[in-house]
Write a protein that binds this ligand. Structure first.
Ligand code: ASP
Ligand code: MG
Length: 463
């Protein structure tokens, strides 16, 4: 089925997208549960999107780095690791005694590529994208074989055969808008024949045929893009956690899953490193209002988290907490600021000149405080700014953020500060985002854990 002339192609039948991340396809056992999860929802017409198996993407990057630094011997070793993960999985799935030709060809090509990299001693962003694309290309082919052996008619598709085109921005490519037409046009004929398309996440092709990638963790974006373009009923993102959690479980072991959040809240959480979804992944679905369900492939019956435009009535105002360490707070104080125009402009121009990215900002009549990642050397900036203001940089700060409905900020702040007061946590700066979903506090790193535990108790553990 081609594109109807002139008009955009729309797939208007029911379908869903199911995306499985690396840890959900890390070995034979995981492929078995993925196949059961897919089988249980065949009536919803799934399109499956897969990541590379386990840590394959990292292994591929390591292999390239070794090829560059130590040459052919280590190339053999890294290739051996990647090869054995895939071949052992095939064997454990009982798929084959001899390696299927497609997989053998991909592995051989990968071997030549690594040899080439070690020979030339160069890894351009373009060849790096080409190299890491092997991970996803291998995993979808294994899934196709296993699904078919289980009686699920499936077809492995490289992203470009599923209609996904990108720009040529290697390692961080953007999917082109025209894929909104080409994706449903490519997938509809398969869905109509009850074939499950199994599509590579993370990778794409640009217009001249070069293989690109969408940035680490980019399979989420592939999945949400396909779901949005095909007006899917929902996109299920299968991970190894029970959904978006009230707090990072490494910080608070009794954190629990959040039943529902909005796209904006989820995007904010991703930005703050909640590691749940790729930060850009929310965009396609929020544009079309396609619900995103975050589920745990290790615990498929857990309800997971639903991300959508609107929350149900009666949902509490506070959704989740996040924290981020390694933050520097810069205080810029100048009496010149009083009643002046252009002062802030000068300050931010200086940050821009030194290529320093500012995260949070708070101002008063005579001062402005900003936060940034502690990775920058601030000597030159401080020197420049001290011509117009007094500058003080404080390291070892942390941001503690409440993701919440800011329309209810008075009650939230009252409860937060009551806790901080009782725990003797000193807040150095506070910022309430115009995004209406976050209130952030800057505290000393040493007090961050106390602060976040106190907030968790206040908002999620109260009787
Ligand atoms: N395999 C890629 C990565 O590890 C993409 C993904 O998993 O989403 O970054
Ligand atoms: Mg991965």
């Amino acid at each position: 089925m081609g594109l109807p002339a002139g008009k955009g192609f729309r797939y208007d039948r029911r379908m869903i997208v199911m995306k499985f991340g690396g840890s959900s396809v890390a070995n034979a056992e995981r492929f078995r549960s993925v196949s059961e999860i897919v089988r249980s929802q065949l009536d919803k017409k799934p399109v499956v999107v897969l990541s590379a198996m386990g840590d394959t993407t990292d292994h591929l990057i390591d292999a390239a780095e070794q090829a560059l630094s130590t040459g052919p011997v280590t190339v053999e070793q890294s290739l051996e690791l990647i090869t054995s993960v895939h071949l052992n999985t095939l064997r454990d799935l009982g798929l084959t005694r001899s390696v299927p030709p497609e997989i053998r060809e991909l592995l051989a090509e990968l071997g030549s590529l690594l040899a080439g990299i070690s020979l030339i001693g160069e890894l351009s962003p373009r060849s790096r994208d080409f190299l890491v694309s092997f991970g996803e290309r291998l995993s979808v082919r294994i899934a196709e074989m296993y699904f078919c052996a289980q009686g699920i008619t499936a077809k492995a598709l490289d992203a470009w055969d599923a209609g996904i085109l990108s720009d040529g921005n290697w390692t961080q490519a953007e999917i082109l808008e025209e894929s909104r037409r080409t994706v449903p046009a490519a997938l509809a004929p398969l869905l109509e024949k009850n074939i499950v398309p199994v599509v590579t996440g993370f990778i794409a092709k640009n217009k001249t045929g070069g293989i690109t990638t969408l940035g680490r963790g980019g399979s989420d974006l592939t999945a949400t893009f396909i779901a949005s373009a095909c007006t899917a009923e929902e996109v299920q993102v299968w991970k190894d956690v029970d959904g978006i959690m009230t707090c990072d479980p490494r910080v608070i072991s009794h954190a629990r899953p959040v039943a529902q959040v909005t796209y904006d809240e989820a995007a904010e959480l991703a930005y703050f490193g909640a590691q749940v979804l790729h930060p850009r992944a929310m965009l396609p679905c929020s544009m079309t209002g396609t619900p995103v369900l975050v589920k745990n492939s290790y615990n498929p019956t857990a309800p997971g988290t639903r991300i959508s435009t609107q929350l149900e009535r009666g949902v509490s105002a506070v959704r989740a907490l996040t924290s981020r360490r390694g933050v520097t707070l810069v205080d810029i104080v100048s009496a010149r600021m009083l009643g002046q125009s252009g002062f802030l402009g000068e300050v931010f121009a200086a940050f821009a000149r030194h290529k320093i990215s500012v995260d949070m900002v708070a101002t008063s009549e005579v001062s402005v405080s900003v936060t940034l990642d502690s990775c920058y050397n601030l000597d030159d900036l401080t020197c420049e700014l001290s011509r117009i203001a007094r500058v003080e940089a404080k390291d070892n700060m942390a941001i503690v953020t409440i993701i919440c409905d800011v329309r209810r900020s008075s009650q939230i702040l009252e409860r937060a500060f009551a806790r901080f007061g009782a725990l003797n946590v000193q807040v150095q700066m506070i910022s309430q985002g115009a995004s209406k979903v976050n209130i952030s506090f800057i505290v000393n790193s040493g007090e961050a854990e106390t602060a976040i535990r106190g907030l968790h108790r206040e908002f999620f553990e109260a009787a």
